[in-house]
Design a protein around this ligand. Structure first.
Ligand code: SF4
Length: 343
C-alpha cells in the first residue's frame, strides 16, 4: 500500500477516453495505412494526490503505451489527460517542457535511459542543469549526492558508469534520475520485473519509502498482480487496450469481479501451502487477440469461461459502478458473482 495518505480527494491526474492507435503501413513506393493497432482504446482513470494506482494486465494489453501517453511520451490519438488542472494533451512543446519536471517516468530497463559512456553523477546532474534547479556545479554535485543517498547508493557511485552496477543498483539510479527534478507524479513501468526476485522487494520497499518521504503520487504498471497489490491503493486491470475492472486494491484482490481479473489473480501463488494446493486456477484458453483486429463485443469473449455468444460477441460492455468506487466492464457481473444479471 502507498506510504502517503492522500492529501485531498481531487485527482492529480485524470484520463478521459484516451486512445492510442498506431497506423499499420504497407506499400513499397507509397505508404498506405491499411489498419490501426488499437494499443489503448478509450481509457478513463483518476489518480488522487499521494496515492498509488496499479495498472495491471498481460504483456501486449496496452498498459505501457497508456503510461507513456499519460506523460505524452507518445501522442494520444484521442481523449484528454489532465494533470493538476492542466490539459496535458493541449500543451505545446514549451508548455510540456515546463510541466515535464513534475511528471517523471521510471523504466523497466534503466540502461535504456542511461548513456553507457556517461558517469552516473553526470547522468543525474544533466536534468538538474537543463532545468536550472541548482546553483552552479557545487550545487549540482550536492543535489546528486542527496539523490544517491535517497536511493541507498554511496556518494562514490557518482563517479562510476552504468555497467559497473548490478541490476538492482541500476534501477536505484533510474529512480534517482526520475527524482532529480522533484516530481509530483512518477509513472513506474514494470519497475522490478527485470530484477532477481531477491532484489524486487528491496526496490518495491524503496519506492514505498520514497513516496512516504516525498509525498509522491505513483502509477505503477506491471504484468504481475503480486507486485502491484502490495504497492497500490487502487488497481486498474487492463485487457486489450481497455480497463475491465477498477477499484480498491485490497477489495479487488480479495474478491475479483471480472472474469479476467479472476484469472489473473488465480495465477498468483499463495504463500500458505494448504491453500495453494486446493485453490482453483482459471486457465485462459487461447492467446491474447491482436489489438490490430480486436474481437467485436466484449473483447474478452474469445477467452472468457462465462461468455454467452448471443450477447458477449456483439455488445461491448462499458465500465459501470457495481459498488462505491468499484467499476467492472462485464454484462454478467452479478450472475457470475452470485447476484442478478444486468442482461
Ligand atoms: Fe465474459 Fe461476457 Fe462478461 Fe465479457 S461480458 S467478461 S465475455 S461474461
Amino acid at each position: 500500500m502507498s506510504g502517503a495518505a492522500p492529501a485531498n480527494d481531487l485527482p492529480l491526474l485524470s484520463a478521459t477516453g484516451v486512445q492510442v492507435h498506431f497506423p499499420i503501413k504497407r506499400g513499397v513506393l507509397i505508404d498506405r495505412t491499411v489498419g490501426h493497432v488499437k494499443a489503448v482504446d478509450g481509457v478513463d482513470l483518476e489518480v488522487r494526490q499521494g496515492e498509488t494506482l496499479g495498472v495491471v494486465g498481460e504483456s501486449g494489453c496496452g498498459k505501457s503505451t497508456l503510461g507513456r501517453a499519460l506523460l505524452r511520451l507518445v501522442e494520444p490519438t484521442a481523449g484528454r489527460v489532465e494533470f493538476d488542472g492542466t490539459d496535458v494533451t493541449a500543451l505545446d512543446r514549451s508548455g510540456l517542457r515546463r510541466l515535464r519536471p513534475r511528471m517523471q517516468m521510471i523504466f523497466q530497463d534503466p540502461m535504456a535511459s542511461l548513456d553507457p559512456r556517461q558517469s552516473v553523477g553526470a547522468a543525474l546532474a544533466e536534468p538538474i542543469r537543463a532545468h536550472g534547479l541548482a546553483e552552479g556545479r557545487a550545487g549540482r554535485e550536492r543535489r546528486v549526492r542527496e539523490l544517491l543517498d535517497a536511493v541507498g547508493l554511496p556518494a562514490s557511485a557518482a563517479g562510476r558508469f552504468p555497467h559497473e552496477f548490478s541490476g538492482g543498483q541500476r534501477q536505484r539510479v533510474g529512480i534517482a534520475r526520475a527524482l532529480a527534478l522533484s516530481p509530483d507524479l512518477v509513472i513506474a513501468d514494470e519497475p522490478v520485473s527485470a530484477l532477481d526476485v531477491s532484489v524486487q522487494a528491496q526496490v518495491v520497499n524503496l519506492l514505498v519509502d520514497l513516496q512516504r518521504e516525498l509525498g509522491l503520487t505513483y502509477v505503477v504498471i506491471a504484468h504481475d498482480l503480486a507486485v502491484v497489490r502490495h504497492m497500490s491503493d487502487r488497481v486498474a486491470v487492463m485487457y486489450l487496450g481497455g480497463v475491465v475492472e477498477q477499484g480498491p486494491s485490497e477489495e479487488i484482490c480479495r474478491e475479483p469481479l471480472h472474469p479476467y481479473t479472476k484469472a489473473l489473480l488465480s495465477a498468483v501463488p499463495v504463500a500458505d501451502p494448504d491453500v495453494e494446493t486446493v485453490r482453483e486456477r482459471i486457465i485462459l484458453r487461447g492467446d491474447l487477440p491482436s489489438p490490430a483486429d480486436p474481437p467485436a463485443g466484449c473483447r474478452f469473449h474469445t477467452r472468457c469461461p462465462f461468455a454467452r455468444p448471443d450477447v458477449c460477441a456483439t455488445e461491448r460492455p462499458v465500465l459501470r459502478e457495481v459498488t462505491p468506487g468499484r467499476t467492472v466492464a462485464c454484462h454478467f457481473t452479478e450472475t457470475i458473482n452470485g447476484g442478478e444479471s444486468t442482461k
